[in-house]
Structures are given as structure tokens and as C-alpha cells.
Write a protein that binds this ligand. Structure first.
Ligand code: GLC
Ligand code: CA
Length: 559
């Protein structure tokens, strides 16, 4: 993909398990994606990011891969994949796949060999250590999915390291042969004509070689593994090699999931000589988490917590480029997350869309976001599939929360909030499956579904279509692509506002990010409002109603 191609693109993320089931087994599949390509074309997107579809025991819904070069049987076959690539290409849609390089499944052949004996040639492909003098884990690192990051393996009487689930052993990036095998796998997919890669959890691949214990940050005596495994010194050598030997060409599109990159190092990661095309940053979505990321300690957030990291990132970018998003398969639904109860309607959903779409970067839409899907509230923890949710629930109970309290945090934060089946129409299970879905459908599907939303006047779906068309239009595209970014009303406690300027043209956005009616004074006398979610808003307006937004511009554009 050439630079001008991804800069003008909009990406749509598909979580295959929950997108569309064609054979009634309750699990989304590749033929189901093919069936919806026309829908995606109609929406106006250019690139599909496919979450993992490789063979997997599904301990982490596909992020635990047991064969990098195959297809999970419940999702389909390699022929289905080839057909998907072909059919997408026919519609001028590119496919970007997920590369999970920090770990494999414990059921991957590599790990089976590695764990077989101390002298197996692949022993060193993973991270093995003996216990301490009492036979306890080598250090006090807590895995991201809860409990010790070390799992005892009695075949060889050693522990292996896992940053995530115990079924996701970490690959040892210090091993050259392992790296070589990973690069070959990447080349294989490139030959299959995938257009690029979303690179999973990549800032975890380098570990602190001493594997020291650190001061505990929880009642379990453990410490977040980020301390010894996130963005550690020396990681850049690996990333540079991944770029040169793995991706090889500059034209491979790569978007890295890269928590923990310090602001002043972003330049090394992206931009002309960076390791990746663009990065997902986290601060604007993790605004309700404390450093230890325990959900039961969730904190209140303000408009500043949302806008400051985004604005800082936009300013920092200068020549770089960003991955813009408000939802994905790890985050709650944006409507439920950012909008107060009672206001979660098309009106506020349009504001959320407008707020991030005009920044410098490539916007991502997560499946269902375009129709305003919301969080789910299962009445019991047993309905949850997400490993993190189950761990966070136990953790909350162990730290004194009642079951009701613990569940309330799961409702807010669970990754299952965005993993419920896609809602296509008002029929059985929202049209996702003819059978019973692997994860309960959100009960609001009779109202919130593609068919119903599309048929409504001024729908959210249509708004996304128009936003996409606007970004790409010859009049707006240069401003979005090259325009300088200037934050407006930065100190304001309610309004998110910014201006993009290119030559003598500009686009300005004002959004009331709160449920309050607030006074405002637009500095836009000579400009016209090209679109808003409140027809009464114009350059002279003195108030914004809850969740209003307006876009001003001096380009002559017919919305
Ligand atoms: C990334 C994925 C997440 C997964 C984790 C481990 O954060 O987005 O879904 O659980 O990596 O692979
Ligand atoms: Ca299926």
C-alpha cells in the first residue's frame, strides 16, 4: 500500500467470531465476512483489519494461535480465506491481518517441542526458568490476565513465562532461529497478498534479562508485568530487525498495538524511518484506569482526560501519522463509555464519530460502532467468556467487593462488551446466526441493528458514510491529510475543539463532550457550519446543548 493510499483510508475492524455466522453453529465465519463485503463497501471503508482467524484453542478468542499458517476450522478453510482476499480485492478493499508475535498458544507445535525436554532444539524459543529456592515462581510478576506470570510445567520441572493467559506462553525474542521462523511466516502471508498487519502487543517482546522481582503493587504480593516486560531497553533492536527482515518493504502497512511507548520516543516508532506505519495509543481510552489497571479501582474521568492525550499526540506527530479509534475488541462500547446514561442516542453517537474523524491519522471503526451498539450487562458472571473479565471479577471479590459491585465493574469494562454478536436485523439473534450464538446477543438488538438503523432518517450509519465521504473529498482531503493541528479552548471543562489548517483552508470542530448545556463563543464569523447534530447551531450561537457538535469550514462543501 502506498502512503497516499493509507492516509486517505478508513479501516473497519472485524472480530470474526462475532461478525456473521453462515452455518448456524453460532460462530462467525469467513464466508460470513464475504457475504457482508457489499455492506462494508457501501459504508465506504477501504481496509479491513481482521482479528485472528488462525487455528486456536480459543483461550483468548484467537489471540492464542496454534498455527500461524492455517485457518481456525470453525471459521472456515484456506480456500475461504483466498476467496475473501479475492472478493475484497474485487471491491477495492484491502485486508490487514493480526500478527501475534509476543506469544503463541501452548498448543502450537513450537511450544509442544519446546516443553518436551530441556535439550529440545526449540527449548530456547520460549522463556523457561527454574523456581526459586522454595520452588516458587522465579519472580513476582503478575500476568496481564491475573495470577503469576509463571506457569509450572511438570514435564521438565521448570516455569515458563506468559505476559497474558497461561495458555499464551511468551516467545523468546533473544532466540535468532525463532525470529527467523517468524519472519518466514510473515513473508508467507505477504505472498498471499494481505496488504498489511496489525501487530499485537508488540511492546512486550523484550524482557528485563535479570527477571528481578519488584515492589508489590497489590494485596497478592505481585507487581504488574509491565515493570519487567513493557517497552524495555533494547526493544528497538528487535523492532528494527522485524521491520527489515520481517516486513522488508516500506510499502507494507503496519499498525502496532504499542502501549507504553514514551511520548518522546514516538518518532522512532512511526514516521519516515519508524518501525511501523502507525501506532495505537491508549491514554484516551484507558482514562478510567489507574496504573495497576484493576477494574474495581476504576476512577472518575473528565473531559480533559479524554482530550489532552489526543491533543498531545496530534501535536507531537508533526510529520507522523496516527491510528485514530474510540472502540476495539478490548474496549467497552464508546457510547456506553463516554456518554452519560439517558443520552446514549444517535445524537451523541454522531458527536463521538465527528470528534475523532477529523484528526490527523487513519480512522478505525469497530464492527457495530457504525450503528451505535452499546455495552451488554449479563446478570451473572457465568455468562462472560472474556478471561480478563473473569479474573477481574475474582480480583474484586478478593479485595472486598460484593458480587453486585464486582459485576458492576465488569459491566463497565468487560471486553465482551464489544464482542457480542453483530446486530444485523430484528430477527432471531439479531440475524447473526440461525443457531445459538457463542456469546449472548445484546438484548437491544430489536432496536439497534443494521436494518433498522439504516432505515431511519439521518441515521448514525448514514452519518458515518458522509463523514467518510467528507474526509476523502478533494476539498477536504488535503486539510485532513496535511493540515496543521491546533487545539482550541484547551482549558474548557466541557468542550473538545480543534482546528485543522492547510494553506488558506480550514476545518474546525466543536463538540460538547458533556451532558450539560454550556455557553460557548465560536470564533468563526466568516465561516459556515457545514454539518452539526443540532440544526440551530451556527457561527453566532452562544450555547451548546448536551453532546452537540458542529463543524465549521471555509471550504464550500455540500454535506
Ligand atoms: C492484545 C489484543 C488482546 C489480546 C492480547 C493478547 O492486547 O488486542 O485482545 O488479549 O493482545 O494477545
Ligand atoms: Ca459459523
Amino acid at each position: 500500500m502506498k502512503e497516499n493510499e493509507w492516509k486517505n483510508a478508513v479501516v473497519y475492524q472485524i472480530y470474526p467470531k462475532s461478525f456473521n455466522d453462515t452455518n448456524g453453529d453460532g460462530i462467525g465465519d469467513l464466508p460470513g465476512i464475504i457475504d457482508k463485503l457489499d455492506y462494508l463497501k457501501d459504508l465506504g471503508i477501504d481496509i479491513i483489519w481482521l482479528s485472528p482467524f488462525f487455528p486456536s484453542p480459543m483461550a483468548d478468542n484467537g489471540y492464542d494461535i496454534s498455527d500461524y499458517q492455517g485457518i481456525e476450522p470453525s471459521f472456515g478453510t484456506m480456500e475461504d480465506m483466498d476467496r475473501l482476499l479475492e472478493e475484497a480485492d474485487r471491491r477495492d478493499i484491502r485486508i490487514v491481518i493480526d500478527l501475534v508475535l509476543n506469544h503463541t498458544s501452548d498448543e502450537h507445535d513450537w511450544f509442544k517441542e519446546s516443553s518436551a525436554s530441556l535439550d529440545n532444539p526449540k527449548r530456547d524459543w520460549y522463556i523457561w526458568r527454574s523456581g526459586d529456592e522454595n520452588g516458587e515462581p522465579p519472580n513476582n510478576w503478575r500476568s496481564n490476565f491475573g495470577g503469576s506470570a509463571w506457569e509450572w510445567d511438570e514435564r521438565t520441572n521448570q516455569y515458563y513465562l506468559h505476559v497474558f493467559d497461561k495458555k499464551q506462553p511468551d516467545l523468546n525474542w533473544e532466540n535468532k532461529e525463532m525470529r527467523q521462523a517468524v519472519y518466514q511466516m510473515i513473508h508467507w502471508w505477504m505472498e498471499k497478498a494481505v496488504a498489511g498487519f496489525r501487530v499485537d502487543a508488540i511492546t512486550y517482546i523484550k524482557k528485563n534479562k535479570e527477571f528481578p522481582s519488584f515492589e508489590a503493587d497489590g494485596s497478592d504480593g505481585m507487581v504488574t508485568i509491565d515493570k519487567g516486560s513493557l517497552n524495555q531497553p533494547g526493544i528497538k533492536k528487535h523492532l528494527q530487525e522485524l521491520k527489515e527482515k520481517g516486513f522488508r518493504h516500506d510499502e507494507v502497512f503496519t499498525v502496532a498495538e504499542a502501549p507504553g511507548v514514551p511520548a518522546d520516543e514516538i518518532e522512532d516508532y512511526i514516521g519516515e524511518h519508524g518501525f511501523f506505519t502507525m501506532l495505537f495509543e491508549f491514554d484516551h481510552v484507558d482514562l478510567d484506569l489507574t496504573a495497576s489497571a484493576k477494574w474495581y479501582e476504576m476512577k472518575e474521568w473528565t473531559v480533559h482526560d479524554f482530550k489532552k492525550p489526543l491533543f498531545d499526540s496530534q501535536r507531537r506527530l508533526q510529520e507522523g501519522w496516527s491510528a485514530l479509534y474510540i472502540e476495539n475488541h478490548d474496549q467497552p462500547r464508546s457510547l456506553s463509555r463516554f456518554i452519560q446514561e439517558g443520552f446514549r442516542h444517535t445524537h451523541s453517537a454522531k458527536m463521538l464519530a465527528a470528534v475523532y474523524f477529523l484528526m490527523k491519522g487513519t480512522p478505525y471503526i469497530y464492527q457495530g460502532q457504525e450503528i451505535g451498539m452499546t455495552n451488554v450487562e449479563y446478570p451473572d458472571i457465568s455468562s462472560y467468556n472474556d478471561a480478563v473479565s473473569r479474573h477481574q471479577y475474582d480480583y474484586a471479590l478478593a479485595n472486598g467487593c460484593s458480587e453486585e459491585e464486582a459485576l458492576a465493574f465488569i459491566w463497565k469494562r468487560s471486553r465482551d462488551n464489544t464482542r457480542t454478536p453483530m446486530q444485523w436485523d430484528a430477527s432471531h439473534q439479531g440475524g447473526f446466526t440461525e443457531g445459538s450464538p457463542w456469546l449472548e446477543t445484546n438484548s437491544n438488538y430489536p432496536e439497534v441493528n443494521v436494518e433498522t438503523v439504516k432505515a431511519a432518517p439521518d441515521s448514525l450509519y448514514t452519518f458515518y458514510q458522509k463523514l467518510i465521504a467528507f474526509r476523502k473529498h478533494a476539498k477536504a482531503a488535503p486539510i485532513i491529510e496535511k493540515g496543521a493541528f491546533q487545539a482550541l479552548l484547551e482549558e474548557d471543562d466541557h468542550i473538545v475543539a480543534y482546528k485543522r489548517t492547510y494553506e488558506d483552508q480550514e476545518i474546525t470542530l466543536y463538540a460538547n463532550f458533556t451532558a450539560e448545556r454550556v455557553p460557548v463563543s465560536f470564533d468563526e464569523e466568516s465561516r459556515q457550519a457545514i454539518v452539526s447534530n443540532n440544526d440551530g447551531l451556527g457561527p453566532e450561537s452562544a450555547w451548546m446543548e448536551p453532546y452537540d457538535f458542529v463543524i465549521f469550514s471555509n471550504v464550500d462543501y455540500e454535506w
